[in-house]
Ligand binder design. Structure first.
Ligand code: SAM
Ligand code: DTB
Ligand code: SF4
Length: 329
């Protein structure tokens, strides 16, 4: 049967739910076909994270180790000096990362931190890495200044459906997130925007997240799908741990496949949660259209598979870093 594989911005929730309901082989086949329209399926983009300001965040995101609202035992720290960030960026590049993403546990950016942030971004950019930052909400002036400093991508996730969002965080609104994304686009930066699954949401919520992402004025350039890393002390982590309700692997692959179909040109990132996934599950995600991962043994505050593990996975699957000749990540 012929179906339209070109990018759209008018997806209905029912259409997206219907994709989720396809027989698994058909869904993965359609996603793989879409993937091949815009990308070489053996190429995977590699990003590396660094938490440049950890913990003590004013927001109450119910999944997050870094919120000051929950006792997660995490030690808070100040904004890292530029030279330390630069050292970490150099190590990331030497390890094969293509993009370096600096994360801060902030509700929003304060103007007093802008000089240090812009120096940090310029220094990382000068190393020949793509730059990304995730620093909370920002305004139009701050977005322009970050862009001018050399920031390529800004990560700001919608996290879940508009309806479920209210059970995840109450200190900000979905519209706040959309406003920040608009400032990022208006400043000419690329967007990195996705969400988390496995927080106790329904399939309709997962469809609602993907609908919101696909119907943005521009599809996210990078689309991270995080599987919740359950953190003891957070409301959502505690619930998932108590109920042993981690997301089902097949449903996770379906989410990746639908993301690939509705946002065909985005780098769909198999993001947080790889640490808890089998190699086989990750392989299914790559077959279903995932073409980006975080490398390095740490995300922001939680762990990630180490380089040796990923190098073997890439070798066994015949994957290679995007744009590179070698097979090692
Ligand atoms: N404070 C900024 C913000 O919220 O935009 C940036 C950092 S925040 C940690 C970035 C994203 O990481 C969140 O939007 C969420 O999608 C993801 N994340 C945070 N904690 C997570 C967890 N425990 N498991 C999976 N993803 C998580
Ligand atoms: C995204 O979507 N996932 C990354 C990045 N953007 C900033 C963060 C994952 C964080 C996982 C939990 C932690 O390590 O604290
Ligand atoms: Fe703060 Fe970001 Fe964590 Fe929310 S996800 S508590 S905004 S660091």
């Amino acid at each position: 049967m012929a179906y339209d594989l070109s990018p759209r911005h008018d997806w209905t929730r029912a259409e997206i739910e219907a994709l989720f309901e396809l027989p698994f082989p058909e869904l993965v086949f359609r996603a793989a076909q879409t993937h091949r329209q815009y990308f070489a399926p053996e190429e995977v983009q590699l990003s590396q994270l660094l938490s440049v300001k950890t913990g003590g965040c004013a927001e109450n995101c119910g999944y997050c180790s870094q919120s000051a609202h929950f006792d997660t035992g995490l030690k808070a720290s100040k904004l890292m000096p530029v030279d330390e960030v630069l050292e970490a960026a150099r190590r990331a590049k030497a390890g094969g990362a293509q993009r370096f993403c600096m994360g801060a546990a902030w509700r929003d950016i304060k103007d007093r931190d802008m000089p240090q942030l812009t120096s940090m971004i310029a220094a990382v950019k000068a190393e020949g890495l793509e730059t990304c930052a995730t620093l909370g909400m920002l305004n139009a002036d701050q977005a322009r200044a970050l862009k001018d400093a050399g920031l390529d991508y800004y990560n700001h996730n919608l996290d879940s459906s508009p309806e479920y969002y209210e059970s995840v965080v109450t200190t900000r609104t979905y519209q706040d997130r959309l406003d920040t994304l608009a400032h990022v686009r208006d400043a000419g930066m690329s967007t990195c925007c996705g969400g988390i699954v496995g927080m106790g949401e329904t399939r309709t919520d997962r469809a609602g997240l993907l609908q919101a992402l696909a119907n943005l004025p521009a599809h996210p350039d990078s689309l991270p799908i995080n599987a919740l890393m359950p953190i003891t002390g957070t409301p959502l982590g505690d619930k998932v741990i108590a109920e042993e309700a981690q997301i089902d692997g097949i449903e996770f692959v379906r989410t990746i496949a639908v993301a690939r179909i509705v946002c065909p040109k985005s780098l769909v990132r198999l993001s947080a949660g790889r640490e808890n996934m089998s190699r086989e599950l990750q392989a299914l995600c790559f077959m279903a259209g995932a073409n980006s991962i975080f490398v390095g043994d740490e995300l922001l505050t939680t762990s990630n598979p180490d380089r040796d593990h990923d190098a073997k996975l890439f070798a066994d699957l015949g994957l290679k870093p995007m744009g590179a000749a070698s097979t090692a990540p």
